[in-house]
Design a protein around this ligand. Structure first.
Ligand SMILES: [Zn+2]
Length: 447
């Protein structure tokens, strides 16, 4: 093939694991580089059984869990793999947002390859790295301003902010010598930044793209209940109005929109939102980059309070909060004053929290995909043991099928590539332009 091409190296018939290579002549740009969640990864690695730290790329290449691309991986990650080390032949990597299924393999990459992220994402990745076991490795980081073109040889990339369940998420216009591709990243249109998504798709339509690479997380059968972000707020308000003792919630640690929703609802109910030190660290780190209404921060009036879990060793990021944090015993004594955000991993604190039976537990996360989800079973065992009442209240980070279809119709792309979905066939009603992609097959960008 002589003209520019795009190749899907992940995110095909799976939710996550996006890896998209765009080539135009000698220029090669990769969009996202995240591990596949399941099932392929878990066929070989799970729990304690993980790739060796001395040769992670080699150990993943063994099972085809990462693509065989020359000039991408670092010498260290390859070690003595049968894919030999070569100096960079991928000229840039663009990361759409800070979720692991899009950025989680950066640690395998040659540190000389420039990695482009939004300014907020850069701060967010730093905060994640300093407070979790996630490591992205050293890189030639570059930050891009919103809606301004970045040129990599013949390829021009224009990043547009979009609404998603992690802040600072982007979609991209990818201009090549023979047409423009639109890559949505992950997005929704029912959150606080819906207007950003709308503006992106308006710009995308104006581009008359030859191809639309669209996420389809919620395409196909989806019986799970989904609210809008403001719908979550209303339901939490109602719930807190009915209870005057302790209340608990759990949400994704980087879903800043949900944290601000829970905070606002707690304040309305005359309560304080109490979060983990990790969440406090994240909010404080990104606050300077946060557009719009200021975030609720620890140590500020009307901000968040910090929960002091029992542990022997404290990390650097936790230390600023130790003096003022509240223990489980303190929270228990005046339960009605608080709404505590408690992660599943921190459930042993329930043994000291001893919430009164019937205490509401707001599950503000996605319902499990399968009925034999182990985390879900364990969570319910704990809730049952302590007599907590379960309330599902969540707004998805992803667009619904009808929204996806409406967007495709408004953008009018030459070809439609459904990715980041287990059901690419659900796009079939959109007609002959739908091309459910095959893994590793180059497709022409030209119309
Ligand atoms: Zn994703």
């Amino acid at each position: 093939m002589t003209g520019p091409t795009l190749t899907f190296l992940g995110g095909v018939r799976e939710i996550g694991g996006n890896k998209i290579l765009v080539e135009d002549g000698p220029d090669r740009v990769l969009f996202d580089f995240g591990p596949s969640f399941s099932p392929r990864w878990e066929e070989f690695y799970y729990n304690f059984l993980q790739p060796r730290s001395t040769s992670p790329a080699k150990d993943l290449l063994e099972f085809g869990l990462v693509p065989r691309i020359e000039g991408l991986y670092s010498r260290e990650a390859l070690a003595d793999a049968d894919l030999a080390y070569r100096s960079p032949e991928v000229h840039a990597i663009f990361i759409s947002h800070a979720h692991a299924d899009h950025a989680g393999h950066l640690n395998l990459v040659d540190p000389e390859i420039p990695v482009y992220v939004g300014e907020g994402t850069r701060v967010l990745l730093d905060a994640i790295e300093s407070s979790t076991s996630m490591k992205y490795g050293p890189h030639a980081w570059r930050t891009f301003p919103d809606r301004s073109a970045v040129r990599i040889g013949r390829i021009e990339v224009v990043p547009f902010p979009v609404d998603h369940s992690v802040p600072f998420a982007y979609g991209f216009l990818i201009r090549t010598s023979e047409g423009t591709l639109v890559y949505t990243g992950d997005f929704r249109q029912h959150g606080p930044r819906a207007a950003d998504s709308v503006e992106f798709f308006r710009a995308a339509a104006a581009e008359k793209p030859t191809g639309l690479l669209i996420e389809g997380t919620r395409a196909g059968p989806d019986r799970r209940r989904n609210l809008s972000e403001s719908g979550v707020r209303t339901e939490v308000d109602h719930l807190l109005a009915r209870h005057d003792d302790f209340a608990l919630a759990c949400t994704y640690p980087r879903d800043v929109d949900r944290l601000t929703t829970l905070h606002a609802a707690a304040q309305r109910a005359g309560r304080e939102l109490v979060v983990s030190a990790r969440t406090a660290h994240l909010l404080s780190s990104i606050a300077p980059r946060w557009p719009g209404t200021p975030l609720p921060l620890p140590g500020t009036p009307g901000g968040v309070l910090v929960h002091q879990r029992k542990k022997k060793k404290f990390y650097e990021y936790e230390k600023p909060y130790l003096d003022t944090a509240l223990s489980s015993e303190q929270l228990r004594e005046q339960g009605r004053r608080y709404l505590l955000a408690l992660d599943l991993a921190h459930f042993p604190e329930l043994i000291d929290l001893r919430p009164p039976r019937g205490t509401p537990f707001i599950h503000s996360m996605s319902e499990p995909f399968s009925e034999d989800d182990v985390d879900d079973q364990v969570m319910h065992n704990w809730l049952d043991h302590f007599g907590l009442t379960f309330h599902q209240m969540h707004a998805s980070g992803h667009a619904s099928t009808s929204e996806l279809f409406e967007i495709v119709r408004s953008v009018r792309p030459g070809a439609i590539y459904p990715i980041h979905t287990e059901h690419p066939e659900a796009f079939a009603p959109l007609g002959a332009r739908v091309r459910p992609p095959e893994l590793g097959t180059p497709y022409p960008v030209a119309r």
